[in-house]
Structure formats: structure tokens, C-alpha cells
Design a protein around this ligand. Structure first.
Ligand SMILES: CC[C@H](C(=O)O)C(=O)SCCNC(=O)CCNC(=O)[C@H](O)C(C)(C)COP(=O)(O)OP(=O)(O)OC[C@H]1O[C@@H](n2cnc3c(N)ncnc32)[C@H](O)[C@@H]1OP(=O)(O)O
Length: 300
């Protein structure tokens, strides 16, 4: 018998909350007080995080606070979480470009807000809030790329590490400036940086607050490519073209591909292998697979 509409809605909401918990790192058992920190963050308003979902399955996430070099205000942190939830529910999505408005990426958290939450309880909750959000960003079944124009500093540098890839425009710079602020990264940027460039290079970048220009980023394997244009519109076009080489193809296959890589990146080998088997089961004998068997393409 079909469930009444309200029961269906309740069921869907419960499933969404459970899914978010599964993809997040921290909950009440870790002393994390999400509602408390969200209420605090809402007090520091300004800027926005915008998402547009294009028909080709590419999402464009824009950090929009150009007056402060796209620094994250409290409301932007909350909006980022909301946009990530939207992306988790976007079943046609294949790729994501994260970039900043006004030709610069992001200068980290808004220092005006940070000053007001510099006590230990708020700091820990903000840290867990951002780690949860960026971990969910990293685990999206979408191939993500940070388009770095201008400066990506502090939390902005950390955000780039939550994407699968980084593209830089000429003259741009990524810099983990945390040491100068008497801090270490807290949004998960250190743990992810070690996995991208290795522990030696990560230690040098963090403890030396080194400027990473496009050439250095390429040498370190931190960036995939230096784009030819630093004009905002043209750079975005270049990023779209770069990403399309990986997102062309059936949605189910592209999303499955990202999922097997996420499992390989995060899980112990045996768990990753089992997950790969389960995901393989979702595409084997599926429409794209059956059509390919009929077409019998030659891979020349
Ligand atoms: C875990 C994350 C970590 C944390 O919170 O724990 C952080 O992210 S800490 C924040 C790390 N970021 C910074 O310390 C950046 C400080 N800003 C700068 O170094 C410079 O502003 C720079 C290099 C980003 C840009 O320099 P430029 O000369 O091009 O521009 P302005 O300095 O004139 O900046 C324009 C305008 O923006 C304001 N601004 C820039 N960044 C921030 C920020 N993070 N928070 C608040 N406001 C910021 C800057 O003060 C200027 O405003 P104005 O009213 O004109 O003074």
C-alpha cells in the first residue's frame, strides 16, 4: 500500500539527514554542537555562496564577497553547507567548478568574524562545522576543480584541497598563511595537502607559509594546469573545457568513477575493493554498458 504524502516526506527527510551524517565526520558524540555554531555564524552576515546547475551536468559554485577578497563570513559558511546539500541531491550532476567572484579566489575566513568567535568552544565548533562541510564537498560524486584566480589564502587555500583538481590563472597564488595568524589549518587543509603533495612538501608549504605560484604548483603536482587567461569569463570557459574531458559521458558512469576513486582514496584496501565491487554492480549491464556492447567501439 502506498504511504501517505506526509509519511513519504518524513521518510525522505530522515534519509537525507542520515546520509549527511554518514558523509560527515563529527556529530554530537564528538562534542559538536551544530545548531549552536550555526546560530553564532548567522550573526556575521555578508556575501553569498551561489550555485548554478548547468544542463551539461556542470555546477558552478561561486564565492561571492569581492569587497573582502571573498573572505568567508559566518553566513557564507552556513550557505556553503546548504549548497553542498543541494549538490548531494543533484542526481544529474557530473562536475563542479569552484571559483571566486571579482577575479580572486578567497582570502580565508573573515577576520572580523573570527575575532568574535576566538574562544575555544566556538573555535572547535567552527572547525568541525567547516571540516564536515568540506569533507562532504570532497565526497560528492562529482569531479570537482578549484579555479584559482588572484589569491587563495588561509581557509581559501584549504578549500582548494577539498576539490579533486586545481587550475591556476597566470599571476595567481595559493598560500597557507596560518602560521602568520598563530594557527595551523583547521578546515582539513593539512590532512588533504599531505595526500596531494606528500608530507615533506606539505610541511614546507605550511611551516614556511610559502607562496605557491602556478609554476611551483605544477612542479609540486598541486595544480593540473596553468590556464592561459586571467580574465574571469575566459578563465571560467577554459576551466569548463578542461573539466569536460572528464565529465563527457553518461551520468551514471561518471558518478560511479568518482565514487570508486573516493573509496580508493579514503578506505583501507580491502574495504575499497569491496566498495568498488558494489559500485561496479551499479553500472554492469546498465544502459551505457549494454549500448557499448552493441556498438563495440574500437579504442584507437
Ligand atoms: C582556518 C582558516 C583560517 C582561520 O580562520 O582559522 C583563516 O582563514 S585566517 C584568515 C587568513 N587570511 C588572511 O589573513 C588574509 C588577510 N588579508 C590579506 O593578506 C590581504 O588583504 C590580501 C593579500 C588577501 C589582499 O591584499 P590586497 O592588497 O590585494 O587587498 P586589501 O588588503 O586592500 O584587501 C581588500 C579588502 O579586503 C579585506 N580583507 C581581505 N582579506 C580579508 C579577510 N580574510 N577578512 C576580512 N577582511 C579581509 C581587507 O581588509 C580590505 O578591506 P579594507 O576595508 O579596504 O581594509
Amino acid at each position: 500500500m502506498a504511504l501517505p504524502l506526509w509519511k513519504n516526506l518524513l521518510q525522505t527527510t530522515k534519509e537525507r539527514i542520515l546520509q549527511q551524517r554518514r558523509l560527515s565526520l563529527y556529530n554530537g558524540a564528538h562534542g559538536y554542537e551544530e545548531e549552536l555554531i550555526k546560530k553564532k555564524l548567522q550573526q556575521f552576515a555578508g556575501g553569498s555562496i551561489n550555485l548554478s546547475k548547468e544542463d551539461n551536468g556542470i555546477g558552478i559554485l561561486t564565492l561571492n564577497n569581492p569587497r573582502l577578497m571573498n573572505a568567508f563570513t559566518g553566513t557564507m559558511m552556513v550557505e556553503l553547507q546548504e549548497r553542498i546539500t543541494e549538490l548531494e541531491n543533484w542526481k544529474d550532476g557530473k562536475g563542479l567548478i569552484v571559483y571566486g567572484a571579482g577575479n580572486t579566489f578567497c582570502s580565508g575566513s573573515d577576520l572580523n568574524a573570527v575575532k568574535e568567535i576566538s574562544n575555544s568552544q566556538d573555535g572547535m565548533n567552527m572547525c568541525m562545522f567547516m571540516q564536515n562541510t568540506l569533507t562532504r564537498l570532497m565526497r560528492l560524486p562529482l569531479i570537482s576543480v578549484a579555479l584559482v584566480q588572484g589569491k587563495a589564502f588561509g581557509g581559501g587555500a584549504e578549500l582548494t584541497t577539498a576539490c579533486d583538481f586545481r587550475l591556476m590563472t597566470p599571476g595567481s597564488e595559493i598560500r597557507f598563511v596560518h602560521k602568520h595568524m598563530g594557527l595551523v589549518p583547521g578546515w582539513g587543509g593539512a590532512a588533504r595537502l599531505v595526500r596531494i603533495v606528500g608530507s615533506g612538501a606539505a610541511l614546507q608549504l605550511l611551516s614556511g607559509t610559502a607562496r605557491v605560484d602556478p609554476e611551483k604548483a605544477l612542479r609540486l603536482g598541486f595544480s593540473e594546469q596553468t590556464l592561459s587567461s586571467s580574465d574571469e569569463t575566459r578563465a571560467l570557459e577554459e576551466a569548463r573545457a578542461w573539466l569536460s574531458q572528464y565529465t563527457e559521458g553518461p551520468v551514471s558512469v561518471i558518478r560511479a568513477m568518482k565514487k570508486v576513486v573516493t573509496a580508493g582514496r579514503e578506505l583501507p584496501l580491502e574495504d575499497a575493493l569491496r566498495t568498488e565491487k558494489d559500485i561496479f554492480g551499479t553500472v554492469w549491464g546498465g544502459p551505457a554498458n549494454l549500448q557499448a556492447l552493441v556498438r563495440r567501439p574500437k579504442h584507437k
